[in-house]
Design a protein around this ligand. Structure first.
Ligand SMILES: [Zn+2]
Length: 310
């Protein structure tokens, strides 16, 4: 039997100055445990301190990054706003082009020319981008490119349209000249009752029928008689059965005659605009009472003036 070994123990002396010391008997593991605890506690503290420093550093970085993000976002918003304003400009330009084309077409129609179709009904830029399969990019990317396309396109359209406009101008002037010259409307203003139409009628002076080559308007003696289209006076004076009469040449194959006048206020060779006074209603020549005889000639033959009244 081996001698029983006593376990190692330490004695801790604690002495207050001037009094008897106190002793504590401690097992051997206690000082070791104290040392290990102390080391562990300071290690934990060091680790925690490091972590805190790291966290603070990360927080600062995060703050800086979020500030950068905010400023970028602001820039982006500004850019987008600017882009929107520009594309709105492009859109309004495009609408103006459409209006311009419509107006040119109205003029062309009046001038008897075929319509043109240069400006598409929808803005070309976004559609073209879609066809190319372009992926929408953040502001400043595809937006600017299609905007430039739209503006370039608008410039081309303006050129083409202004060329069409310069084409239409002479044709339109010719149309307006012809329209101003062609007999149109009544030779008497106000109340003008038709008393005899164009065509065969009973002879007002005798037996049988006769051909009446114009329209008779009943009107008071002295009522002003007005030319129904712009033209030049080719006859002004006595003209057989028409009595005092005026004949106006309108060009384009048209002439008009105003008969049975009581007075004539124009002379041969005079240029007249539509509505100018040529004389006054009377009953000169082969006439039974004050009235105006109105004849329209087209390429030398008498035509029914009814079709030229309105
Ligand atoms: Zn007549």
């Amino acid at each position: 039997m081996s001698p029983r070994r006593h376990p190692v123990r330490y004695t801790l002396w604690l002495a207050r100055t001037g009094s008897a010391p106190r002793t504590f008997s401690l097992p051997a593991w206690v000082p070791l445990a104290v040392v290990v605890l102390l080391l562990g506690w300071s290690g934990l503290n060091l680790w925690l301190w490091q972590r805190t420093a790291e966290m603070r550093h990360l927080q600062l970085q995060l703050l800086r990054l979020s500030e950068q993000a905010r400023s970028l976002n602001n820039q982006l918003a500004l850019e987008r706003e600017r882009n929107n304003a520009l594309s709105q400009d492009a859109q309004s330009l495009f609408k103006q082009l459409q209006v311009l084309e419509q107006e040119i077409n109205t003029l062309r129609e009046r001038a008897g020319m075929p319509k043109i179709k240069l400006v598409p009904t929808r803005s070309p830029a976004p559609d073209r981008a879609k066809e190319r399969g372009a992926v929408p990019e953040p502001a400043g990317g595809a937006g600017t490119a299609s905007l430039e396309n739209a503006l370039e396109y608008a410039g081309q359209q303006i050129e083409a349209l202004s060329q069409k406009l310069s084409e239409v101008s002479p044709a339109l002037q010719e149309t307006l000249r012809r329209e101003a010259a062609m007999p149109y409307g009544y030779p008497i203003r106000g109340l003008a009752r038709i008393t005899s139409h164009f065509g065969y009628r009973r002879n007002p002076f005798g037996w049988g029928f006769e051909f009446h080559n114009g329209i008779d308007f009943s009107a008071a003696y002295g009522t002003p008689v007005r030319v129904t289209g712009a033209g030049v006076v080719v006859e002004a004076g006595w003209k057989g059965p028409y009595g005092l009469a005026v004949v106006v040449d309108h060009g384009y194959g048209y002439r008009t005659l105003y008969g049975h006048l009581s007075s004539i206020s124009v002379r041969v060779g005079q240029r007249l605009e539509r509505g100018a006074r040529v004389g006054t209603v009377g009953s000169t020549g082969r006439s039974t009472g004050p009235h105006l005889h109105y004849t329209v000639f087209r390429r030398g033959s008498e035509v029914n003036p009814l079709g030229y009244l309105d």
